[in-house]
Design a protein around this ligand. Structure first.
Ligand SMILES: Nc1ncnc2c1ncn2[C@@H]1O[C@H](COP(=O)(O)OP(=O)(O)OP(=O)(O)O)[C@@H](O)[C@H]1O
Ligand SMILES: [Mg+2]
Length: 239
C-alpha cells in the first residue's frame, strides 16, 4: 500500500545552509510517527517541505504516493497542519476564528461540528465565544488543534503540538491523537520532547543536525522506552 507520507533521500538547503541531509522515512496509514530532534535539527523544515513551502535541493517528498512538487494543491488539501506558533486572530472569538479559517480552506462547519471539535480538545464551553486575546497560551493551542481536526484531512502534521499545554491537557491530547490514528488518520509530529514522543508515537525517528540518525519502534502493546531514546538523543550509550 502507498504510504500517505514519504521522504525519499530528502536534502534541503536554506539560505545556503544544509538543513536536511539525505533523510528518508515513510509514515503508513494510521501510524503516528514522531520526528524528534533538538533546536535547529530541521524538524519544522521537514514539515514545510511536505506542505510545498520549501523545495528539496535533492530527493523528494511524496504525499499519498505523489511528489508534492508536482501538485502542491493536492498535497495541501490532504493535510491539516498545526504550525509551531499557530496564529489565530486575537480580536475574534474561537468560533469566529474557526469559521473564518475553515472558510479559507474551502470548508464549512455547523455550530454543532465546532462544538464537537472544542469538546474533543477540552476547550471550555464558556471560553468559546470569548475573544482569543483573553486566552491563555494553552487555550489558544487547543483552539488551533480544534481547527486542524475540523479540516478532516487524511493526514495531520503537528509541530510541537503540546507546547504550552499543562500535563493533563498533554495526556488528553495524546489520547486524542491515538484515537485519530486508530480511526485511520496518518500523523507526523515533530517535537523535542522525548517523553511525549515516546508516549504517543508508534515510531520515533531521531533527527540530528539534519540527518536521521536513529529509529525506534514500539513493540505491540508497549510504548517506546523513554530512557533508551533519551540516551540516544543525548548521544550517550543506552544503559
Ligand atoms: N526562515 C528561515 N530561513 C533560513 N533558514 C532557516 C529559516 N528557518 C530555519 N532555518 C534554519 O534551518 C535549520 C533548521 O531549522 P528548523 O526550524 O527546521 O529546526 P527545528 O528542528 O524545527 O528547531 P526548533 O526545535 O527550534 O523548532 C536551522 O539551521 C535554522 O537556522
Ligand atoms: Mg521547529
Amino acid at each position: 500500500m502507498t504510504a500517505p507520507l514519504e521522504a525519499r533521500s530528502l536534502s534541503l538547503v536554506r539560505d545556503g545552509n544544509a538543513v536536511l541531509d539525505n533523510v528518508s522515512f515513510s509514515v503508513a496509514q494510521g501510524e503516528i510517527f514522531a520526528l524528534l530532534g533538538g533546536n535547529g535539527a530541521g524538524k519544522s523544515s521537514t514539515l514545510l517541505t511536505f506542505l510545498g513551502f520549501l523545495q528539496p535541493s535533492a530527493g523528494e517528498v511524496l504525499v499519498r504516493g505523489r511528489s508534492v512538487h508536482s501538485d502542491i494543491p493536492a498535497a495541501r488539501s490532504a493535510i491539516a497542519y498545526l504550525p509551531e506558533a499557530a496564529s489565530l486572530y486575537g480580536h475574534m472569538s474561537a468560533y469566529e476564528n474557526l469559521e473564518y479559517f475553515l472558510d479559507l480552506a474551502g470548508r464549512s462547519a455547523s455550530r454543532g461540528d465546532l462544538d464537537a471539535a472544542f469538546e474533543r480538545v477540552a476547550l471550555a464551553d464558556e471560553a468559546r465565544s470569548r475573544r482569543l486575546q483573553s486566552y491563555s497560551k494553552g487555550m489558544r493551542q487547543k483552539a488551533a488543534i480544534a481547527l486542524a481536526l475540523l479540516r478532516e484531512t487524511p493526514i495531520l502534521l503537528l509541530d510541537e503540538p503540546t507546547s504550552g499545554l499543562d500535563p493533563v491537557a498533554i495526556d488528553e491530547f495524546h489520547d486524542l491523537v491515538k484515537k485519530l490514528a486508530s480511526s485511520g488518520q496518518t500523523i507526523l509530529m515533530v517535537t523535542h520532547d522525548v517523553y511525549g514522543a515516546c508516549q504517543v508515537a508508534d515510531r520515533v525517528g531521531l533527527l540530528r543536525r539534519g540527518k536521521l540518525v536513529g529509529s525506534f519502534a514500539a513493540e505491540p502493546g508497549m510504548r517506546i522506552d523513554t530512557e533508551t531514546v533519551h540516551a540516544a538523543f543525548a548521544e550517550r550509550e543506552a544503559a
